[in-house]
Design a binder for this molecule. Structure first.
Ligand code: COA
Length: 337
């Protein structure tokens, strides 16, 4: 029996809103400092979209670039990973597909926090393996200022905005760019560690009495930090084993950009030199579901990811939810930024 088709990375794109927001701009409003944000999180600046630019708008920009990178003018499905959709209803993805000139294709959102991009990629790989789709556009896009309180120093310095996207296409297992086995999971007992309390079904009876802050992210940062390191390291180890690799084979660790200290701790736990962990958090912040595809695009563009590199991807975030997978970086892939 022939092997099921495998999802292969054939296109990569990214888009950042042009407005740079240095730490100094946040310090004017919050009881924090440029030094604290740089040392404790690793961020110097992030990008914020203009108020009339939405998650869907950024997803269209990144999606168009990924499709151009793939040389593809059509796909069979569009998946948008986001925690900051344009509307509670409908999903953002159908509108993105429409704007990309893809009428009638299946399109839906994936809500899995900062792991959303890898979760969406896993769903896309399943669609490809089952023969339901030949080629899928997977976008991670976030407008975090729609859910982050600008007056909360515990969250406001962390997050940034932008979008990244990949095109996955049916190919043969073990080809360069083929997605390896995915290790993923969740722990809903800690759902309240990163939560927007109001605006959903759970808080609907109190909606009229909800405080302004209830519509923004509440986060127990320190607790999230500890779980992030533990879960990312465990998922990464399992994904490497599932691929039949050794940790020493890993050329590049592409980790969700939550905090540079988290990346360093995960790398240390795994024994991967921190110099082999490309990073862009200093210039974009934590862009949640957009983080991994943005980092892939920036690392590829800078030559930090080279053809043949054995690459380990790992993400963690609200849910709590985590995911990890592997791939050999393909030749002939040019990121479009
Ligand atoms: N500026 C200055 N001081 C701050 C601050 C800020 N923005 N935020 C917190 N502090 C203070 C605290 O009040 C505390 O002061 P105290 O020691 O006098 O009580 C001190 O800094 C340490 O607080 P703590 O919460 O332990 O800091 P931390 O080192 O854990 O860093 C985070 C806080 C949020 C940066 C860090 O926990 C983190 O990155 N967590 C993961 C967050 C994340 O990315 N989540 C998204 C999904 S993965």
């Amino acid at each position: 029996m022939p092997a099921a088709p495998t999802a292969v990375l054939v296109g990569l794109g990214a888009w950042l809103p042009p407005r740079r927001v240095p730490n100094s701009e946040l310090c004017a409003r919050l009881d924090t400092s440029d030094e604290w944000i740089r040392e404790r999180i690793g961020i110097a600046e992030r990008r914020f979209a203009e108020p009339d630019v939405s998650t869907g708008d950024m997803a269209v920009e990144a999606g168009a670039r990924a499709m151009a990178s793939a040389g593809a003018d059509t796909v069979d499905a569009v998946l948008v990973a986001t925690s900051s959709p344009d509307h509670p209803c409908p999903a953002t993805a159908p509108w993105v597909a429409h704007r990309l000139g893809l009428p009638s294709v299946a399109a839906f959102d994936v809500a899995a926090g900062c792991s959303g991009f890898l979760y969406a990629g896993t769903v896309a790989a399943g669609l490809i393996a089952s023969g339901t789709a030949h080629r899928v556009l997977v976008v991670g896009a976030e407008t975090m200022t729609s859910i982050v309180d600008p007056d909360d120093r515990a969250t406001a310095p962390i997050f940034g905005e932008g979008a990244g996207a990949v095109v996955l296409e049916a190919g043969v297992p073990h080809a360069e760019g083929a997605m390896g086995p995915v290790v993923w999971g969740s722990d809903g007992s800690l759902a309240d560690a990163i939560v927007v309390p109001a605006g959903g079904a759970r808080g609907r009876r109190e909606r009229d009495r909800a405080a302004r802050g209830d519509f923004f992210v509440h986060m127990r940062g320190n607790e999230v930090f500890r779980h992030a390191v533990r879960r990312m390291a465990a998922a990464a180890r399992d994904a490497v084993a599932a691929a039949g690799w050794e940790m020493g084979d890993i050329d590049r660790l592409i980790a969700h950009q939550a905090n540079q200290r988290i990346t360093a701790a995960v790398a240390d736990t795994l024994g991967v030199p921190v110099g082999n962990c490309p990073s862009n958090i200093h210039e974009v912040g934590n862009t949640a579901a957009a983080s991994l595809p943005l980092l892939l695009a920036h690392a590829a563009d800078r030559g930090d990811l080279k053809p043949g590199h054995r690459t380990l991807l790992v993400a963690f975030g609200s849910g709590l939810a985590w995911a990890a997978t592997t791939l050999v970086w393909p030749a002939g892939l040019t990121a479009r930024l």
